[in-house]
Design a binder for this molecule. Structure first.
Ligand SMILES: NC(=O)c1ccc[n+]([C@@H]2O[C@H](COP(=O)([O-])OP(=O)(O)OC[C@H]3O[C@@H](n4cnc5c(N)ncnc54)[C@H](OP(=O)(O)O)[C@@H]3O)[C@@H](O)[C@H]2O)c1
Length: 327
């Protein structure tokens, strides 16, 4: 497996990483057996996938716990990214130590701020994160979901940030407008999340009504959907028409739609690593096949072209959940 440096750092990660949000089980993703988590972690490491992405906020810490159990004897082979929910400088150290305990490790490779918070001065949060780095509790600092203004303010603090973790998939291309070029200019690693839009890009849903409410709360769907809080009209018709056209390309290529969707993100310049939520070894095996499939430039162009109207409709806002946390 080709390894890539994450931004300017010496941390080398695989182009595909394991998204651990469902680990530990909970309301959002339902039950998740520890045996599957452990099996995925070991099979991933055996296949050369070394990056695991979790957060203190995933299932109230149980995702970190489950990952800690899974990686117990192979910690040194893995690169762990986890996130602090609230960058309150007064409590960051305490939160970091709690994550370390749940992960059963004495260092976090990439410690990220989950979302920008206007309640805390970014300068103060960065000072605390830098102290954690100097003390060896973390190896590097990252951010997630930081928009152009928020990222610029963060970089202006002078503290080294190595990565921005952002939503990126065929139906959510907002970062391409301004943020991706900015990250590239500053040599930041980009960790792309939700390459399957939480299952939508596997082709298993034929209409928005079939989606579980947690997955139809995104800006792609109407604000009338039960858990939606973004206040927008959505683009349901365009989303399902686009999905149908993607499905036809996958059919022509004789591959599952999930593989085409992941391959498209992997082919994109500037994306360091794509994080795929992987619940069991069968899904991992399916997703690993992506490394045997290199889409031609004409397929990439066709996918770019057919998803462009949706990008134009949804714009550069990279908060696909609430639509108001980034600027
Ligand atoms: N920083 C942030 O704010 C943020 C936000 C979201 C996600 N993330 C990170 O990014 C990771 C990935 O995103 P995600 O998990 O939300 O969404 P995703 O990767 O787009 O979708 C994951 C879901 O797709 C299904 N899947 C995976 N491989 C499949 C295959 N080969 N065939 C069929 N279905 C397959 C699984 O669902 P089922 O098995 O349940 O059907 C899986 O749970 C997360 O785990 C998390 O680490 C970060």
């Amino acid at each position: 497996m080709e390894m890539r440096p994450c931004g300017k750092s010496e941390i080398e990660i695989s182009p595909m990483g394991i998204g651990c949000w469902s680990y530990g089980g909970g309301d959002y993703w339902g039950p998740q057996a520890q045996s599957d988590v452990t099996a995925v972690a070991h099979a991933a490491l055996d296949a050369g996938i070394n990056f695991f992405d979790t957060a203190e906020g995933y299932n109230e810490g149980r995702s970190e716990e489950a990952l800690g159990i899974a990686l117990k004897d192979r910690r040194h082979e893995a690169v762990i990214g986890t996130k602090v929910s609230s960058p309150d400088p007064e409590i960051i150290r305490e939160r970091c130590k709690a994550s370390l305990q749940r992960l059963q490790t004495d260092y976090i490779d990439i410690y990220m701020i989950h979302w920008y918070h206007d309640d805390y001065a970014i300068e103060d949060s960065m000072v605390e994160l830098d102290k954690l780095r100097e003390d060896g509790l973390i190896r590097a600092i990252g951010v997630c979901n930081f928009g152009v203004e928020q990222l610029t303010a963060t970089l202006d603090t002078g503290t080294e940030v190595i990565a921005n973790q952002l939503c990126y998939n065929l139906l959510s291309r907002g970062i391409e407008v301004e943020l991706l070029p900015l990250c590239q200019k500053h040599n930041l690693g980009i960790l792309g999340y939700m390459p399957l839009l939480q299952g939508l890009l596997t082709g298993k849903y034929k209409s928005a009504d079939e989606l579980p409410p947690v997955h139809s709360r995104f800006r792609h769907f109407s604000n009338d959907r039960p858990m939606a809080k973004h206040g927008e009209h959505g683009a349901e018709e365009e989303v399902f028409a686009t999905l149908e056209r993607i499905r036809k390309i996958a059919e022509k290529e004789q591959i599952p739609m999930s593989r085409l969707a992941i391959a498209w993100t992997l082919a994109k310049q500037g994306i360091t690593c794509i994080l795929v939520g992987t619940r069991n070894v069968d899904e991992l095996k399916m997703n690993l096949h992506v490394f045997e499939y290199l889409p031609s430039s004409s397929i990439i162009e066709e996918l770019d072209k057919l998803t462009l109207p949706l990008l134009k409709k949804m714009g550069s806002n990279l908060d696909y959940f609430l639509g108001k946390r980034t600027r």
